[in-house]
Design a protein around this ligand. Structure first.
Ligand code: 13P
Ligand code: ZN
Length: 274
């Protein structure tokens, strides 16, 4: 298999009411374990990284490493740039071979978000790269609370009509890195967005969202599910539990735990039952 533009895979998931998971990875070992988890589940996955991770490890190196994983993997893999606010960084990732990018203009006025997203869409179309944008804002700890805003149906409709992005991240009550109960989720809002806008939707902040809620959200058009914190938590827990073992043994147990998690989560999302 190979590293592919995941747009058609995500569109297919949208049309057939299932979802593909996108996993945030911080290291080579973790990326390898995620791919093996996807292989066990026999479903495509996206590996996603941020500009901070690329700056820490090297943009070329990470890209080459993922292409190397892709060339020997049994499943298609998307290489996705997550939450990027700087257009030049997005162009750099596309030039290097990323097959999917997210322009995050979610804290800007909508007009500026549209203008910037369009610049990314134009460049991405030339290079066969998927584009995700965000409307409304999925918050995270440490941010000004006033940034948090639920996606408006009218704005989502207008945004999609103007940009024609491949998928749209919506804010419907989740938060990055936080456990969320069913009461926080705006099922009413996602239902209205789904009714008016025919674009695959992306759930950010999916860690701490129960499998039950995830399965309820997928039929409303959630076709890409972003998972970061839960992977990191498993990774660190296993490291702490096994720190007296030989490094090779500890690493093997950490990778196995990631593989098991990815296998289970990817299978669940590919056949959501509610
Ligand atoms: P979590 O860390 O809450 O899983 O969110 C991941 C995410 O949205 C990455 O874009
Ligand atoms: Zn996110």
């Amino acid at each position: 298999m190979a590293v592919v533009n995941p747009a058609s895979l995500i569109r297919m998931a949208f049309e057939h009411h299932y979802a593909i998971a996108a996993y945030n990875v911080d290291s080579v070992d973790m990326a390898m374990a995620v791919v093996r988890g996807g292989e066990a589940a026999k479903v495509p996955i996206l590996l996603q990284v941020t500009v901070d991770t690329l700056n820490a490890w090297g943009w070329e190196r990470i890209t080459q490493m993922v292409y190397s994983l892709g060339s020997s993997s049994e499943i298609p893999i998307g290489l996705h740039l997550d939450h990027c606010k700087v257009i030049e960084d997005i162009f750099r990732a596309i030039d290097l071979g990323f097959t999917s990018v997210m322009y995050d203009g979610s804290t800007l006025e909508m007009e500026l978000n549209i203008q910037n997203t369009l610049k990314v869409v134009d460049y991405a179309r030339l290079h066969n790269v998927m584009v995700e944008a965000e409307l409304g804002h999925v918050g995270r700890e440490g941010e000004p609370p006033e940034w948090q805003s639920v996606t408006s149906v009218e704005e989502a409709s207008e945004f999609y009509a103007q940009t024609r992005v491949d998928c749209l991240a919506v804010a419907i009550g989740t938060q990055h890195g936080k456990k969320i109960g069913e009461d926080n989720i705006r099922f009413d809002r996602i239902r209205d967005i789904r009714r008016d806008v025919a674009v695959p939707l992306v759930l950010h902040g999916s860690s701490g969202v129960s499998n039950d809620i995830l399965c309820k959200l997928v039929p409303f058009g959630i076709s890409k599910v972003n998972i970061g914190t839960e992977l990191r938590t498993i990774w660190w827990q296993r490291l702490l539990e096994n720190q007296t073992r030989k490094p090779r043994e500890a690493l093997s147990l950490m990778c196995q735990a990631i593989m098991d998690y990815v296998n289970e989560k990817s299978q669940l999302l590919s056949h959501p039952v509610n």
